[in-house]
Write a protein that binds this ligand. Structure first.
Ligand code: NAP
Length: 287
């Protein structure tokens, strides 16, 4: 049984491979796929097969998926190009007769109505139309989307957002990675399953500010900003306009529950409660 991870060189992909190995996968059973030979090299050092493929180059993907049984397609990072890129991967998976494609989508992909979800919805549709067996790992927000900004929060004393009192069911990447590994190694038929994944204690951005304040011993407050004003603040600080629009749109949709998850799927797959916000903040502060 050969399991390939496309996007292995990314932050989530590396954690998925760690989780697969921790769960007893034989390194010789795993194929790390990425577009950079250099970034793939450490996996070869750990006994994995490595294959280079660029989602933009269909032939490279076709070659990378030869004799693969299960594929984890980690959604690409080039927003705006992903539907074409994922089409290339799904076509190659179909031609290679891959028995199961697991795709990392976004929580509440269809109902959340975020701009960010558009390419995920398109990819879910491509999978449905392709005839391949597939499972959807609809990942919620990474807690790191916030903890990566801790120093900025502490320096300014403010967390800016447009999410009002909306709640986010965030969990760290490592938890989503363990869920992906559990699905890939499961002996149960995963075909057709949809997992809505997220932390089990949704929090508002005011509660995020409270948790940061408590962990750091320093007052940080949440300040809600009108959406267009927040886009301007982001673009003035160097965030590309398209990305700023998407970030703020996601915040606005958080108000109506776009990133709130109550399925319990993440805890069920990883066999424990998802890592708490407080713990992830403490770990980030100690780095
Ligand atoms: P990441 O570190 O940026 O990893 C993305 C992976 O996709 C990398 O391995 C990257 O290769 C690969 N990739 C991108 N374009 C490619 C192409 N044209 N051909 C082949 N490989 C390509 O992102 P992450 O943090 O692991 O997150 C995984 C995905 O989740 C992201 O790509 C994005 O779709 C989504 N995401 C989710 C959240 C959330 O909060 N849930 C937040 C951000 C992103 P390189 O290593 O060569 O760049």
């Amino acid at each position: 049984m050969k399991i390939a991870i496309a996007g292995a060189t990314g932050q989530l992909g590396q954690l998925v491979i760690d989780s697969l190995l921790e769960r007893g996968a034989d390194p010789a059973q795993l194929i790390a796929i990425g577009r950079s030979e250099e970034k793939l090299a450490p996996f070869a050092g750990r006994g994995l097969e490595t294959r280079v493929a660029d989602y933009n180059v269909p032939q490279s993907v076709a070659t990378a998926l030869e004799a693969v049984d299960k594929l984890l397609l980690i959604s690409g990072s080039e927003v705006g190009q992903r539907t074409v890129q994922h089409t290339n991967v799904i076509n190659a998976a179909k031609n290679a007769k891959v028995s199961l494609v697991a795709y990392t989508s976004i929580a509440n992909a269809v109902t959340g109505e975020t701009k960010l979800a558009a390419e995920h919805i398109a990819t879910e549709q491509l999978l449905a139309d392709s005839g391949v067996s597939y499972v959807l790992l609809r990942n919620g927000w990474y807690t790191e989307n916030y903890t990566d900004q801790l120093m900025g929060y502490l320096n300014s004393g403010v967390i800016l957002g447009a999410a009002g009192d909306g709640k986010v069911s965030a969990a760290p990447r490592a938890d989503y990675a363990q869920a992906a590994a559990a699905v890939l190694l499961s002996g149960d038929d995963q075909s057709g399953k949809i997992y809505e994944l997220g932390g089990d204690k949704p929090f508002t951005l005011t509660q995020l500010a409270g948790a940061v304040s408590a962990a750091a011993g320093q007052e940080v407050r949440y300040q809600d900003v009108e959406a267009q004003k927040l886009v301007e603040i982001y673009t003035e600080s160097g965030v590309p306009a398209m990305f700023a629009e998407i970030l703020v749109d996601t915040d606005v949709r958080i108000r109506t529950g776009a990133l709130e998850v109550s399925s319990g799927d993440l805890a069920q797959l990883i066999g424990r409660a998802p890592t708490s916000l407080g713990k992830t903040i403490k770990e980030a502060l100690s780095k």
